[in-house]
Design a protein around this ligand. Structure first.
Ligand code: NOJ
Length: 750
């Protein structure tokens, strides 16, 4: 016993020394970098400084950009992906430019590089940050092998509007989920050490409020009051800044009339002042140039002056900094110190990435690290975990040995390119495994394939009869519908988010055959498909699942894997319910559930406001599916949450345990979710807020105890006086299956 205590003590001392040593090493490494940055800065001319702040999109091969790079007039290049050409141009920067400052090569590596993972919304549906981190690491290894050392990800815009095409790129509607996933991506991209050649700098985007575009129309204005901005939209950005994300991107939109690229409150006060961010801010593509269209700048000099003075460091594609900054500095409109600070930030990131010591890429690497069996296996796992089982009536799924033939119909069954989703520039479509291909690999099954349409937008019903006859010849119908990749993503917003073309008619007729109908939806956003779900026996929702999506879907259909995806956003019943999200405030007249809907209002009913609540006469307020929802091939039962105490102080950590029993007959994963509600605050608080979640694998008949530890400090929010603190009072707490289930227990914060 005594011996054990001594060795425990020794272990602790050793550990403490190690932590201290690492901190010291990091500090001296940082000091060294700062010294090098200062040293470099002291040798730079005005033109060379401005060059570091200028980012271009590659306009050709290395030779075509030679002169500008040799003159030190370019700091970073995006959309340049050939390692041979990258090395050539890097050699110009390092060996021919006066100071030898290397270029920073950037690319949108959003959800994989050559091996494509599910779109970020699908990755968020996995509720599996470890897997998301592994995916980002894989993408970084593949991308860096081509010479890319900077990605414009993670995209952590809170998205409460499925009309917005860029919801596909987001981690959904919840600040906590988006924070956890954003941090996982940053860790994966940047790895353990930034100067490892496989590390790529992350870029938190789009800072800020871009997902709140009015009406879900891309680039539109956002109107977000400061408290809501801080409580809902900024937390993921703060989380990734603190996790070490090296760069931020200023968004296209304006908030309350102030475009982000000219917003010193966001860029200087909050990002740097409050969060201590010491990396650099890049504009979105020409977002500095667009300050004129926003109507806040008169000309190029004006927009350059405003954006750099507001805290922007690097200009993507406006050509404004390179053309106007020298003059503006000479005139004193931009202070030398502001310019120097921007250059310092860019150089700091270049030094941290080890680019000065190791500027070139091994040109033979890419073939060895891309699309490897391990990467494909990871993409398959990520796709499996991203798929959400929305319905499984009569336990149609998983398909059993009795199923000898299947009809595979619908336009998304075999679309190698579209299944990759938006922002898959470097994805290799040839390597995509579609559901059709994967199902054809299953032994002993006859596959009757009839796509019925040329695309998801095809309005012609001419192909439907052959699909119906395939259905009639088969034991089960698998209808794979949805949206092509181009229907979501940047600049691809929709006012109507139902299935396009004649897909609904196909589903109606398939349902009428009476054959068991399994609907699989592949899309970039939640679609309004309530009627189609009613017409189907089972439904899988698969946000564009990437390279191995088809294999994953076959695994799930035949029960090789049990589904575990959960909705990362609320699914609306109708587009008119948007914005719809689970963490709304209560209103003064909350919906009760017994309201009279449109068809039940008596004729000549008199006008009354008594008993009136906040709802739609034609759609109620309930969504099609709540946030956090998803079924699997078994059932789970939750016990009552057991709290470590009933009363806590602000410095305490609450512990809560809940038993979860697998009451079905197969092993599966449950995503246990912890929500709280602050019952009375200085401002109205959300009816529920996700604070933690855990994936737990449970065997049939087994009961596991899930434990969460929640620091009370995490209940803090920006209240009436705009300061962030925990407000004492009573709270409800749920440990449950989704944002709409469970029975709360309460506790008090003193
Ligand atoms: C515009 C997009 O908004 C942004 O997300 C992307 O990173 C840049 N273009 C660069 O491609």
């Amino acid at each position: 016993m005594i011996y054990q205590n001594i060795s425990n003590m020794k272990y602790r001392i050793l550990l403490a020394s190690l932590v201290l040593l690492t901190a010291c090493a990091e500090k001296s490494q940082n000091d060294l970098i700062e010294q090098k940055v200062d040293d470099m800065l002291s040798q730079m001319t005005l033109e060379e400084k401005v060059g570091q702040l200028h980012q271009i999109s590659a306009w050709g091969d290395a030779a075509s950009m030679h002169d500008e790079v040799a003159a030190g007039r370019i700091g970073s290049i995006l959309n340049f992906v050939d390692p041979v050409e990258i090395n050539k141009l890097q050699r110009v920067a390092v060996e021919e430019s006066r100071l030898g400052i290397p270029l920073l090569i950037a690319r949108d590596v959003i959800h994989g590089y050559n091996t494509i993972l599910p779109i970020p919304l699908g990755q968020a549906a996995s509720f599996d940050p470890e897997l998301v981190e592994q995916g980002a690491r894989m993408a970084a290894v593949e991308a860096s092998a081509d010479g890319i050392r900077w990605t414009f990800a993670p995209m952590i815009d809170i998205s409460r509007d499925a009309r917005w095409g860029r919801i596909a790129e987001s981690c959904g509607e919840d600040p906590y989920l988006a924070s956890v996933m954003g941090v996982a991506m940053v860790r994966g991209f940047q790895g353990d050490s930034l100067n490892d050649p496989t590390a790529i700098a992350a870029c938190a985007k789009h800072y800020a409020g871009y997902g709140a575009a009015e009406g879900g129309r891309d680039y539109n204005a956002a109107n977000i009051p400061e408290r809501q901005l801080r409580n809902v939209y900024l937390p993921p950005f703060e989380a990734v800044a603190k996790a070490g994300a090296q760069t931020f991107m200023s968004s296209f939109n304006e908030i309350d009339g102030v475009p982000s690229t000219a917003n010193p409150f966001l860029l200087n006060d909050v990002l740097r002042g409050e969060w201590g961010f010491d990396g650099f801010v890049v504009t979105d593509w020409n977002s500095a140039g667009e300050l004129m269209a926003h109507g806040v700048c008169v000309d190029k000099p004006d927009l350059v002056e405003k954006s750099i003075n507001s805290g922007v460091d690097m200009d993507m594609m406006t050509y404004g900094f390179i053309e106007e900054l020298p003059q503006l500095v000479e005139e004193g409109k931009v202070k030398q110190s502001v310019l120097d600070e921007a250059v310092r930030r860019v150089l700091r990131v270049k030094y941290r990435l080890g680019l000065f010591d190791n500027p070139y890429v091994d040109e033979s690497l890419s073939d060895k690290v891309s699309l490897t069996p391990e990467n494909l296996a990871l993409a398959r796992k990520a796709a499996v975990e991203s798929v959400i089982l929305l319905k499984n009536e009569g336990d149609v799924l998983p398909l059993g040995a009795n199923v000898k033939s299947v009809a595979v119909v619908g336009p998304m069954a075999h679309m190698k390119y579209d299944q990759l989703g938006t922002w898959a520039f470097d994805g290799v479509s040839d390597r995509t495994v579609t559901p059709l291909e994967a199902i054809r690999e299953i032994p002993g099954i006859t596959v009757n394939y009839e796509p019925a349409f040329d695309s998801t937008r095809d309005k012609s019903t001419a192909g439907i009869p052959t699909a119906i006859s395939a259905a009639r010849r088969s034991d089960v119908v698998i209808a794979i519908v949805g949206e092509e990749a181009i229907l979501s993503g940047e600049a691809h917003s929709l006012a109507d988010i139902s299935l396009k073309g004649a897909q609904n008619e196909l589903i109606r007729q398939l349902s009428a055959t009476g054959k068991p109908l399994v609907l699989i939806v592949m899309a970039g956003r939640p679609l309004t498909i309530g009627e189609q779900i009613e017409q189907s026996d089972a439904v899988f929702y698969s946000f564009h699942p990437g390279t191995m999506g088809g294999a994953a879907i076959a695994d799930l259909l035949w029960g090789v894997e049990a589904p575990s995806g959960r909705t990362p956003v609320t699914f609306p019943k109708m587009v008119g319910q948007i914005p719809i999200y689970y963490n709304h405030t209560n209103t003064g007249r909350p919906f009760q559930g017994n309201e009279t809907l449109l068809d039940d209002i008596p004729l000549k009913a008199g006008q009354t406001s008594l008993g009136c609540t906040s709802f739609y006469l034609d759609a109620g307020v309930e969504p099609l599916y709540p946030f956090g929802y998803g079924l699997t091939y078994t059932t789970f039962e939750y016990g009552e949450p057991r709290l470590s105490a009933n009363e806590f102080s602000v410095d305490d950590t609450l512990t809560v345990e809940t038993n979860i029993t697998n009451t079905g007959s197969r092993e599966a994963t449950e995503v246990a979710q912890l929500y709280v509600r602050d019952l009375v605050g200085s401002i109205s608080r959300p009816v529920r807020e996700l604070k933690a979640f855990k994936r737990v694998n449970i065997k049939p008949g087994e009961t596991v105890t899930v434990e969460f530890r929640l620091p009370i400090s995490e209940l803090a929010f920006y209240g009436f006086d705009y300061t962030r603190k925990v407000e004492p009072g009573e709270f409800n707490l749920w440990v449950c299956h989704d944002s709409n289930s469970g029975t709360p227990v309460s506790f008090t914060v003193k």
